[in-house]
Write a protein that binds this ligand. Structure first.
Ligand code: ATP
Length: 428
């Protein structure tokens, strides 16, 4: 049986992955857990999300499905933050005999939940047409994520996955500041990067894998395999861990990006890979956000932004000039593309006027007076006018990303790219 769960938490506490970790242990009373639990990140622009728009799926071999459904339902009732308006839990239960029948439909539903916006009605209709056992609470919005998570569990062989070791705090510490030895995160990163990523942000000297909210997560280590995330976690020195779970996840895979053929087809609340030419130079706005315009082949334009939280990434963006050919990855919100990654494909030549060089000594000539050309006093050479020379752009073509402190869960880090023209953090 596959169990999909979503939308149990609020900003004041809980985390659907924690409920997943509890159920992993508790459901052993009713059967055997068959594979690693799944942590699925859905459309990152959805306004109903609490934090990272995550849903969870577990897979269990059981001969008492009714007991499993009753147990999961009662644990959601006990633990979900029902008092929060934004918390609308949902759980769905797929029987083994239905895997083949439901696989193609739920795989499509997953893709839509990651890349598009879905109405609650669509999830409820699908559940009733396909005869899926489910339990929705309040408006039942969590059924969307719960169905999508089941789709991911049914497509384990077809999707790109990474792993996360999530360590949880003891309950009496929830809501208090986390006691962690920051240095140990830098040591763990040094030992395991690039097989792990987003543990620390070296340029900005930050530990990025420890949340600051009231939820039960102590830290989460992301990486390419269960072994490597466990190894990094074993190097962390921190307050006692109540439990941990290693999740298989679509984090760090770029699964949210749609290839955009042109700007006209881009819509708010969707994420794209979009190619175009810089058409207006970057400007720094109040608050430190850097905005510039990109034009496509049809002449349409879109504003693109490196917002203040992208920190040092903005100094790269400020070096762009009109005419640079780029390919951007990012989400569109209020008509502006929020950049996650940039590939600089070619740089426009930039030139400036300057005094001519003396062919003898190689130094710049001096003006001989208004309209009288230029002259090198030392060598006696002269030239009638200024010359244009190409300016060094101080920027190389290649692929660049926002720093770990500004990374979207779904964005594929360059540490996972096996290309040679990537621009890894120079601090390494
Ligand atoms: P956490 O990750 O900490 O558990 P969260 O950020 O995942 O919190 P949720 O509480 O799960 O946020 O809220 C997101 C809600 O949006 C869920 O009800 C989910 O079903 C719904 N949802 C997810 N993807 C889509 C989508 N593509 N279209 C419409 N609704 C969606």
């Amino acid at each position: 049986m596959i169990i999909g769960i979503d939308d149990t938490d609020s900003n004041e506490g809980m985390c659907t992955t924690y409920l997943g970790a509890l159920l992993l242990e508790e459901l052993q009373e009713y059967g055997n857990i068959e594979t690693l639990p799944l942590l699925v990140r859905l459309n990152p622009t959805i306004p109903y999300k609490t934090r990272g728009n995550a849903a969870v799926a577990l897979k269990l071999k059981t001969d008492c499905p009714e007991k499993v459904i009753a147990h999961v339902t009662s644990r959601i009732e006990e633990l979900a933050r029902m008092e929060c308006e934004k918390t609308n839990p949902g759980a769905v239960f797929i029987q083994d005999k239905d895997y083949g029948r439901l696989r193609p439909v739920l795989m499509r539903f997953l893709e839509e939940a990651v890349r598009d916006v879905i109405e609650i009605k669509k999830a409820k209709d699908l559940i009733s047409i396909l005869g899926i056992a489910s339990k929705g609470f309040k408006n039942g919005r969590g059924l969307i994520g719960a169905l999508a998570a089941c789709g991911a569990m049914l497509d384990q062989d077809g999707l790109d996955f990474t792993f996360e070791h999530l360590a949880y705090r003891q309950k009496d510490r929830w809501g208090t500041p986390r006691e962690v030895d920051k240095k140990s995160f830098f040591e763990a990163d040094k030992e395991t990067y690039p097989e792990t990523w987003d543990t620390v942000d070296l340029t900005n000297r930050l530990v990025v894998c420890v949340p600051h909210s009231a939820d039960p997560v102590l830290f989460g280590i992301r990486g390419e395999s269960p072994e490597i995330v466990n190894k990094a976690a074993s190097l962390i020195r921190a307050e006692p861990v109540e439990r941990f779970a290693v999740y298989r996840t679509n984090q760090g895979t770029d699964m949210h990006l749609l290839p955009a053929q042109n700007i006209a087809e881009t819509r708010d609340m969707h994420s794209y890979r979009l190619e175009g030419t810089v058409s207006a130079a970057p400007k720094t706005l109040e608050g430190g956000h850097v905005i510039f315009a990109v034009r496509d082949r049809e002449g349409a334009e879109i504003d693109c932004a490196a917002f203040e939280p992208t920190k040092n990434f903005r100094s790269l963006i400020r070096k762009l000039v009109p005419g640079d050919l780029i390919c951007l990855s990012g989400s569109v919100t209020s008509g502006t593309l929020n950049i996650e990654k940039i590939e600089i494909k070619s740089l426009a030549p930039v030139s400036r006027e300057e005094n001519p060089m003396c062919p003898e000594c190689g130094k710049h000539m001096k003006s001989s007076g208004r309209g009288q050309g230029f002259r090198c006093k030392k060598c006696g050479t002269d030239s009638p006018s200024k010359v244009r020379s190409e300016v060094d752009r101080d920027l190389d073509p290649g692929l660049y990303e926002v720093p770990p402190c500004a990374r979207r869960h779904l964005a594929k880090p360059l540490a996972r790219e096996k290309r040679r023209d990537i621009r890894l953090n120079p601090a390494r």
